[in-house]
Design a protein around this ligand. Sequence first.
Ligand SMILES: *[C@@H]1O[C@H](CO)[C@@H](O)[C@H](O)[C@H]1NC(C)=O
Ligand SMILES: *[C@@H]1O[C@H](CO)[C@@H](O)[C@H](O)[C@H]1NC(C)=O
Length: 133
Amino acid sequence: MSRPFLDDIFHGLAILTILLAAATKAHGDTIVHVLNGLPKGSQALQNDFKSNDTSIPIIRKIMGAGEEYHWKVEGGVEYTCFSVWTSNFQKWTVFEPRRDQNHADVFWVVKEDGFYRSWDNKTWVKKAEWESE
Ligand SMILES: *[C@@H]1O[C@H](CO)[C@@H](O)[C@H](O)[C@H]1NC(C)=O
Ligand SMILES: *[C@@H]1O[C@H](CO)[C@@H](O)[C@H](O)[C@H]1NC(C)=O
């Protein structure tokens, strides 16, 4: 085998390594967006976002109608949310690694009739409804 041939192999491997690293990193970088789509002027929505990594503190967000909150999730960490609005409550899965990590964004809208998810900010699927006591 000639020297240039080996150089090509090493060059190819180096490029492959860089591409794999980029692909792996992309998997860890999903932005989760949560929008309060409840009627204007209605009582604030309380969201407690909790991960399954105990070193990450619970994030409590009191959100007015029309308010959005987003953050970047790290790969492998699952997030649930406990939401309270008027006399309604619900616990829902905001980010599930196996389900969501191949998407650059996960969008949620919280409405009067439930919790809607989208991956493109256009097509929405209702994933949960409010419970009340
Ligand atoms: C969090 O949940 C994911 C699966 O959704 C799992 O792969 C991961 O190991 C969990 N992390 C901890 C710290 O339990
Ligand atoms: C999602 O769509 C809404 C309404 O069309 C828009 O205001 C918002 O900026 C979009 N978010 C992103 C991150 O593109």
